[in-house]
Design a protein around this ligand. Structure first.
Ligand code: ZN
Length: 318
């Protein structure tokens, strides 16, 4: 191949790769959060979430997945797995042609969306990718911090909690419930609450998406997304979820979503953006010690996300 064409292709590929949307956690991580939460739901909350999830347009697909992967599961086990699959729905619509990517920066910013703060339920076919995170900025070199766009994950959690505690129709509660299962998980991934700003990247590093690691298909953001493994088979996810150590009860009782976000931000500064992840876009080579600590932190974060999600539904879902 002509070298000039080759270099253009390499450039295009690199540009596309760096602009990939962030997913975090991956499906497995979200399903682990959901497993932990469902096990801690009281009987009233279980009954309500089981009924509300039946209204989701993907319900029959979830049932088919369960029948295929875990035939002969008990009804209780099926309900648990429906809840786990529901946790991935806000990511699944990103690959569904019926849904429209709205906003700017490949859908990652709300400005430009026809209605970024809409909350009308399943008649809304906007992807709302910017609902998955809140990038609280910090600067490595004194560069001025950009404003945090609204709506964002923290603001949405507040809106959706209010719906669940209200007398809104179940059709809307179902939509808000599915989003909550997902984004309460998301904001416990430290790179969904934080962005690192510098003079080279005054708008931030998109939650570690532009920070390269010295391996293939490797950005800092993806490394953290995939920390709990990548196998999405329901049986293996359940097995992994059972092994996650229980969350610290004194932390579970902190139920203000603003605290969850500032915790995530502190966690990012303490455990994510630390040696060997230096200033700049890398590539950096992670050490075994960094990876080991990261794995431990990820488990603590999903345990906490699951326990808080359960408490939220137990205390607030009407
Ligand atoms: Zn997400």
């Amino acid at each position: 191949m002509n070298r000039r064409i080759l270099s253009v292709l390499v450039f295009l590929f690199a540009t596309l790769a760096s602009a990939l949307p962030c997913f975090a956690w991956n499906d497995r991580g979200h399903m682990i959060v959901a497993y932990i939460a469902y096990k801690q739901l009281n009987s009233h909350a279980r009954e309500r979430v089981d009924a509300l999830l039946k209204l989701n347009p993907s319900y029959s697909d979830w049932v088919a997945t369960i029948d295929k992967e875990v035939p002969n599961a008990s009804q209780e086990d099926k309900n648990l797995m429906i809840f786990m699959l529901a946790a991935t729905w806000p990511d699944k619509i990103k690959g569904d042609k019926a849904y429209k990517s709205d906003g700017s920066d490949r859908g990652n910013r709300p400005d430009g969306s026809p209605d970024p703060a809409r909350n009308t339920g399943y008649d809304d076919f906007l992807m709302h990718k910017y609902w998955h995170f809140i990038d609280t900025p910090f600067s490595t070199d004194g560069t001025a911090l950009p404003a945090i766009p609204i709506p964002n994950a923290q603001e949405r959690i507040g809106v959706f909690r209010t719906t669940l505690a209200s007398n809104s129709p179940d059709s809307l509660k179902s939509y808000d419930l599915v989003w909550l299962i997902h984004i309460v998980g998301d904001i416990h991934q430290p790179l969904h609450t934080t962005t690192r700003v510098s003079s080279a990247e005054p708008q931030g590093d998109a939650g570690g998406n532009t920070v390269k690691l010295s391996c293939t298909k490797c950005e800092l953001h993806f490394f953290w997304d995939d920390l709990l493994g990548t196998n999405n088979d329901l049986k293996t996810v359940k097995k992994a979820a059972r092994k996650i150590p229980k969350a610290d009860r004194s932390l579970v009782s902190k139920m203000d979503e603003q605290i969850w976000v500032s915790e995530g931000y502190q966690t990012a500064k303490q455990f994510v953006y630390v040696t060997p992840v230096e200033a700049g876009s890398g590539p950096f080579t992670l050490t075994p010690a960094y990876k080991k600590t990261a794995g431990k932190v990820a488990k603590q974060r999903v345990a906490l996300a699951g326990a808080r999600l359960a408490k939220l539904f137990n205390d607030e879902l009407k």
